[in-house]
Design a protein around this ligand. Structure first.
Ligand SMILES: CC(=O)SCCNC(=O)CCNC(=O)[C@H](O)C(C)(C)COP(=O)(O)OP(=O)(O)OC[C@H]1O[C@@H](n2cnc3c(N)ncnc32)[C@H](O)[C@@H]1OP(=O)(O)O
Ligand SMILES: CC(=O)C(=O)O
Length: 534
């Protein structure tokens, strides 16, 4: 489990997803999850992975044992987290300190109190004994061959209350042999200018190597982390996607991207930054939280452009509306088509879809008008990429892409007095010159329609067997009209290799669903390379 990083030790990217990240409400990691995340983080190239608190629970103890056996770390060193010894005891006899050593992690982070009020109220000991606990625990772990970092809990609040005591904690830890003393904004209440001022002063007054650990309670954790770096901190503690206690911690990804791209600091091995979007999403999958679409750098919307004016400038040079090239972080630029689109948006979207609009201003103008009319009726194309592509192709070809011609459809919902119900749908259509009538049942009227459409078409188009309806969303657009309102349905469909979304709008949910289904099938056939029927 020893890493052979190509990075030097002068700046540390320290990840605490498996310890502080796991403190987020809603995250419950198994040992296997922790191992999977550790592999992703090591592949990303962080220097340190804090794996948890060995001895605090069986899961964290097992994680260290298994990580040792199962992971061949390429970049990261594994870190065990724990606290200083108990008051009035000896570090060498403290079972909690023993568990840190038993984890066999080469690095230990000790959490230490640095706020006088916490020492007196939470530890219920004297200020001097707290310093002795730090000195004893750090030097004992050093004597056992461990590298030691010390997290000064509540440092910034403690510094405001009693700066001399807070600094004496830093000095004690550093003089006892801690390689880095980390100033923690545990309650997350600090702002960047405050962090910068305190870190500068503590650095000047103590000469200790300093790190920063920022919680995000003011929404400033990333900014506070970078402010600390500006003031001379050379160790940043972060979590993937900002997971952490309460509202979270400094998000690893924007911090690392800023260091690499804005500070020109080489903190990852070569080529790793380009894996950032993938790794952020992969970790989201393991923790079972949908990645935020709006996360800086790695969100799917991070480089998605909606406004027509932006698109018109981007057409000339993408840098005009992007702070970096998305490929640097493994993300992609996307054009969104909506009623805020202009001609340039459509041209760029056409290019993205591989559709040649041939610089035809009249055609592009027509598409813009059509999108705006349809959006006024309730359609939304930014969320229904496939319906937009069908609309665009219809304008380019001068006729809609028709794989089948619907004569009629019908859905029946039968409720019975005993509480049971049945749903049945009949679809009548023409495909490749044949009139087909198909009936099917389903667990709801839309499911029955979906099945009837499949029954009708799958002999002619066997490619449809692969399609799966994976998501279905309904929105009432004019709620004030109650049941008279317009209904918008968005359907996501998958063929096992990709996913696409389609939209339908009508005055009832079944008709809106039918439109979205028709588009979903037409697009599925288009993707499968089937030529539309004449
Ligand atoms: C800011 C942070 O996020 S730090 C990380 C916090 N993470 C966690 O707490 C998650 C894991 N924690 C746990 O599983 C448990 O709290 C344990 C195993 C660590 C301790 O459990 P318990 O022994 O039952 O104690 P409990 O949680 O009630 O209280 C913590 C004890 O540690 C003491 N303590 C707190 N900080 C320190 C410190 N820096 N150094 C030494 N002792 C400390 C407290 O005074 C308290 O002592 P007490 O038992 O004499 O009252
Ligand atoms: C150590 C830690 O997690 C904190 O102070 O917030």
């Amino acid at each position: 489990m020893t890493a052979t990083s190509e990075l030097d030790d002068s700046f540390h990217v320290f990840d605490t997803t498996l310890r502080d990240g796991a403190q987020r409400e809603g995250i419950n990691l198994t040992v296997a999850d922790k191992l999977a995340i550790a592999r992703h983080l090591d592949e990303f190239g962080v220097g340190f992975i804090e794996g948890g608190w060995p001895g605090a629970n069986p899961r964290d103890t097992e994680f260290f044992a298994r990580a040792r056996q199962e992971i061949d770390f390429k970049n990261a060193q594994l870190v065990a987290f724990g606290s200083t010894r108990r008051a009035g005891a000896k570090a060498s006899e403290d079972p909690q300190v023993k568990a840190l050593l038993d984890s066999e992690a080469p690095v230990v982070t000790l959490v230490a109190k640095s706020h006088d009020r916490h020492v007196e109220l939470a530890l219920r000991t004297t200020l001097d004994e707290n310093l002795a606990m730090i000195e004893d625990t750090v030097s004992y772990l050093r004597s056992q061959g461990r590298r030691v970092f010390v997290d000064c809990e509540h440092f910034f609040d403690g510094y405001r209350a009693n700066p001399e005591y807070a600094k004496s904690v830093v000095r004690t830890a550093s003089e006892a042999g801690a390689d880095v003393v980390i100033l923690c904004d545990t309650n997350g209440g600090m702002l960047p200018a405050q962090v910068q001022a305190v870190v500068s002063t503590v650095l000047a007054d103590t000469g200790a190597r300093l790190g920063i650990h920022a919680q995000d309670d003011t929404g400033c954790a990333v900014a506070n982390t970078l402010a600390a770096v500006d003031a001379g901190a050379t160790h940043v503690q972060c979590t993937a996607n900002g997971y952490g206690e309460r509202v979270g911690n400094a998000n690893l990804f924007p911090v690392v991207a800023a260091l690499e791209l804005k500070y020109a600091k080489k903190v990852l091995p070569e080529g790793r930054l380009r894996e950032m979007t993938r790794i952020s999403h992969a970790i989201g999958e393991v923790v079972n939280l949908t990645p935020s679409t709006h996360q800086p750098y790695v969100g799917v919307s991070a480089f998605a452009h909606k406004a027509g004016l932006h698109a018109s400038a981007i057409k000339v040079d993408p840098d005009l509306y992007q702070h970096i090239d998305p490929e640097l972080v493994g993300n992609t630029m996307r054009m969104l088509v909506s009623d805020m689109a202009g001609r340039a948006s459509i041209e760029l979207k056409g290019k993205e879809l591989g559709i040649d609009l041939g610089g035809d201003r009249e055609l592009v103008g027509r598409v813009v008008e059509r999108v705006k009319e349809r959006e006024l009726e309730g359609y939304t194309y930014e969320a229904a990429d496939a319906s937009f592509e069908l609309l665009l192709r219809a304008e380019v070809e001068g006729k809609p892409l028709k794989y089948f011609e619907v004569e009629s459809w019908r859905a029946i919902v039968e409720d019975r007095p005993d509480g049971t119900h049945a749903n049945e749908a009949t679809v009548k259509l023409f495909a490749k010159g044949e009139r087909i009538v198909a009936t099917a049942e389903g667990n709801g009227p839309v499911n029955a329609l979906d099945r009837a459409l499949r029954v009708a078409l799958e002999k002619i188009y066997p490619q449809l067997a692969k399609l799966d309806l994976v998501d279905y969303k309904v929105r009432i657009l004019e709620g004030v009209h109650g049941t008279q309102s317009t209904t918008r349905v968005l359907i996501s469909t998958s063929d096992g290799t990709g996913e696409w979304s389609t939209v339908g709008v009508a005055d009832n949910v079944i008709a809106a669903s039918w439109q979205a289904l028709e588009d979903a099938y037409a697009y599925g056939l288009l993707r499968a390379g089937v030529t539309p029927a004449e």
